[in-house]
Design a protein around this ligand. Structure first.
Ligand code: ADP
Ligand code: MG
Length: 382
């Protein structure tokens, strides 16, 4: 199959009859550990994966913005700058409309442009195709207008696009890692200050991502419920966010808090501690410790936060078993399906792939889609 870049360029020639002036890329991501900690002002540890959204762009004499989505049957959208930009029924187009409007509202002067978009991040699989798309389009629009936007600012603009224009209440992780990642590194992100500390991933370590094939129908409802429970627990303890709570305080101040909210809070508090410890374990190449922390994270998501499902528990176990406790596996993403990530010695990749192929089937009876990734660079020129 053609690369995303080749497809974006070919589509640009086909639709606009000329060569693109510039090419931009932004990667998808996987979160290694730190789940549901972001909206509690806590820590996450994602890395960018070697799959990108690619945008080909050139100046336009026609509509202000003309855009073609190669991954949505070459669907096309056209619109004029200004207050008339509103959401439309075609979901994909709102990421483009949204980032245009949000950038303009933020005072960034844009110029008329035509764009094509193609990605090899799978859409809607939990690898953050949406942040990759939004960041790549934002950088392309800035680039063709002769501007370079600071990556953290672009991440915030892209998050605002999803929050305000697409209607997705996501945190900042996906956009920050797509904008700021560096090759060979994960980023330990403090979701309160937005400080990012690079964490080197040794060359002989592989990231393996397997999609369970499960998509939960009510993810939004469960997500909002967890957020409310975390906010209620923070109020109970009298802290601004659960990030401000140490495990001793969690236990000492537990009286009067209902059992469910206590377990939700315990997940967040212990997950923050695990995420910091995992960054250190990766940094020092302590794969056994990393594996322990990933296993504990999965158990906490299963038992305390209650966001796993039996098939995901099974997939995580299937991927962890061949590792013999050197490295580990856990569900990654919001929960109730989606992907399991393993961090493993590269030498173990064949054994993990064999185990998945032999022992796991999606609800449709198919083998899981698997991606073996290296931690990749953040957004830039393609
Ligand atoms: P994820 O970000 O985990 O992949 P989301 O539901 O947040 O899942 O985002 C997926 C949506 O983003 C798609 O349904 C589509 O609307 C939009 N999208 C992402 N990548 C592309 C792309 N390459 N072309 C068009 N739309 C895309
Ligand atoms: Mg997304």
């Amino acid at each position: 199959m053609q690369t995303a870049k080749a497809r974006a360029v070919a589509a640009f020639r086909r639709h606009f009859g000329t060569e693109p002036a510039m090419l931009f890329r932004a990667p998808g991501r996987v979160n290694l550990i730190g789940e549901h900690t972001d909206y509690n002002d806590g820590f996450v540890l994602p890395c960018a994966i070697d799959r990108d959204a690619v945008v080909a762009i050139g100046p336009s004499n026609d509509a202000d913005i003309s855009v073609v989505a190669c991954d949505v049957d070459d669907a096309r959208d056209q619109f004029a700058f200004g207050d008339t930009i509103v959401p439309v029924a075609a979901g994909w187009a709102n990421y483009v409309r949204g980032i245009v409007k949000i950038m303009q509202d933020d005072g960034i002067a844009l110029v008329p442009a035509q764009l094509t978009i193609a990605a090899d991040v799978p859409l809607g699989s939990g690898l953050s195709s949406s942040a990759a798309l939004t960041i790549a389009v934002g950088n392309a629009l800035a680039g063709i207008a002769g501007q370079a936007i600071d990556p953290t600012r672009m991440a915030l603009l892209a998050q605002r696009t999803e929050n305000l224009f697409v209607g997705c209440a996501c945190g900042i992780m996906d956009q920050l890692i797509s904008a700021r990642a560096a090759a060979g590194q994960a980023l330990l992100i403090d979701c309160r200050s937005l400080d990012c500390a690079p964490v080197a991933i040794p060359d002989d370590v592989a990231i393996i991502i397997a999609h369970s094939g499960i998509r939960h129908a009510n993810t939004d409802g469960a997500y909002n419920e967890r957020r409310r429970q975390c906010e209620a627990a923070a109020r109970h303890y009298g802290v601004a966010a659960l990030r401000d709570l140490a495990e001793e305080q969690l236990l000492a101040g537990r009286a009067g808090l209902d059992e469910t909210s206590f377990r939700r809070a315990r997940h967040v508090v212990t997950e923050n501690a695990r995420t910091l410890a995992a960054a250190q374990a990766l940094e020092t190449g302590d794969m056994a410790r990393l594996g322990q922390l990933m296993a504990q994270s999965h158990a906490s998501m299963r038992d305390d936060f209650e966001i796993t499902v039996p098939a995901i528990d099974q997939l995580a176990a299937i991927m962890a078993t061949p590792l013999d406790a050197i490295g580990g596996a856990r569900m990654t993403g919001g929960g109730f399906g989606g992907c399991v990530v393993a961090v493993a010695p590269a030498s173990k990749v064949p054994a993990v792939l064999d185990a998945i192929a032999r022992d796991y089937r999606t609800p449709a009876g198919l083998p899981a889609d698997v991606f073996v990734c290296r931690p990749s660079a953040g957004a830039g020129l393609a």
